[in-house]
Design a protein around this ligand. Structure first.
Ligand code: 0X9
Ligand code: ZN
Length: 313
């Protein structure tokens, strides 16, 4: 269904979700709108994939894409993954196992206001945050909260700036933003059967293991690292792209209030990772502008990597 030769608008992404539901009604019990409208009054959509219908009690995996506006490859990979899962169920043994063993709840575009802002020719391609508008005090006239600093996981402690003009401004409190509340609420609905949480960003070619907020690690860190190393190898085998595995503190910087940390410390999920997709390297100006001809290979390598995590975590 998905055209993987280009990046798509929010409207097109919404259309794809509805087309998935109408073309695969027996595998897509629910395409819906998360409870909180964005600041610019957009809906944040989710899709549930299940062989068991809406009242399924199967183990579930949650994937969140697009929380940072400029990281366009993230929603593109989410769409590729959904499309391939649905199209090859019952013909491909991996897809069949992924859907027979798990339900999937996926938010392909968690920050539609920011995303559309980066797509507008008159605005800023490198916008990262949401589009909250500040109207009082020092912040009057400025916009945006970093959604991956807004979750209730050591909120406001590391990797943040209290300046509302900063790209890492965490907001006025944990879950001050509708976009992070949407992820929270959808996760909480299924947390008793949620076995993995996957957050997809770009760029740097990494699989980040928990925690991001400081140097502490969950008690099952050895297991998470082993599964991530194997998922890294599966990814590498597709197109020879090497992803580094480690915690944010080891590979990047500490950062509090992230979604994957919250999924563990707040929702009790026992396995969570954050991907940083293509490209590697440190050229900030080009890193977020991954050419559209790399959507398909990114989708293909991530298919293998996520499949490994799902079937082995
Ligand atoms: O800084 C971030 O939010 C992520 N990197 S990005 O370049 N995509 O912005 C890393 C997030 C790692 N997770 C946490 N630190 N919780
Ligand atoms: Zn990001």
């Amino acid at each position: 269904i998905v055209d993987n030769s280009q990046y798509h608008s929010y409207a097109t992404i919404q259309n794809y979700l509805n087309t998935f539901k109408s073309n695969y009604p027996s595998l897509v019990p629910d395409v819906g709108v998360a409870p909180h409208k964005t600041h610019d009054n957009r809906d944040v959509s989710y899709i549930t994939l299940s062989t068991n219908g809406v009242s399924s009690t199967k183990q579930a995996i949650f994937i969140e894409c697009g929380i940072h506006a400029r990281e366009w490859i993230s929603p593109a990979v989410c769409l590729y993954f959904i499309d391939r899962l649905l199209a090859t169920y019952n013909s491909d043994s991996t897809a069949t196992a992924l859907l027979n063993q798990f339900d999937w709840v996926i938010i392909p575009e968690a920050n539609p206001d920011g995303y559309e802002y980066t797509r507008s020719s008159t605005s800023n391609r490198l916008w990262r945050k949401n589009r909250r508008r500040f109207t009082t005090g020092n912040c009057n006239g400025y916009y945006g909260v970093d959604l991956n600093r807004n979750f209730d996981a050591m909120w406001g402690t590391t990797g943040v700036s209290s300046s509302c003009t900063s790209d890492t401004y965490p907001g006025t409190g944990a879950f001050s933003e509708p976009e992070s509340r949407n992820i929270r609420d959808k996760v909480n609905e299924i947390k008793d059967r949620l076995s993995a949480f996957i957050s997809i960003h770009s760029y740097s070619q990494m699989i980040l293991t928990p925690y991001g907020f400081d140097s502490s690690k969950p008690s099952n860190t050895g297991h998470i690292t082993a599964v991530s190393n194997a998922a890294r190898d599966k990814l590498y085998n597709v197109h020879n792209k090497y992803f580094t595995v480690g915690t944010p503190g080891e590979l990047l910087y500490h950062a509090s209030g992230g979604s994957y940390d919250w999924s563990m410390v707040g929702a009790g999920v026992s396995f969570a990772v954050t991907y940083e997709l293509r490209p590697a390297g440190s050229d900030w100006a080009t890193g977020f502008r991954l050419p559209a001809n790399q959507i398909l290979p990114s989708g293909e390598e991530m298919w293998e990597s996520i499949s490994h995590i799902a079937l082995n975590h």
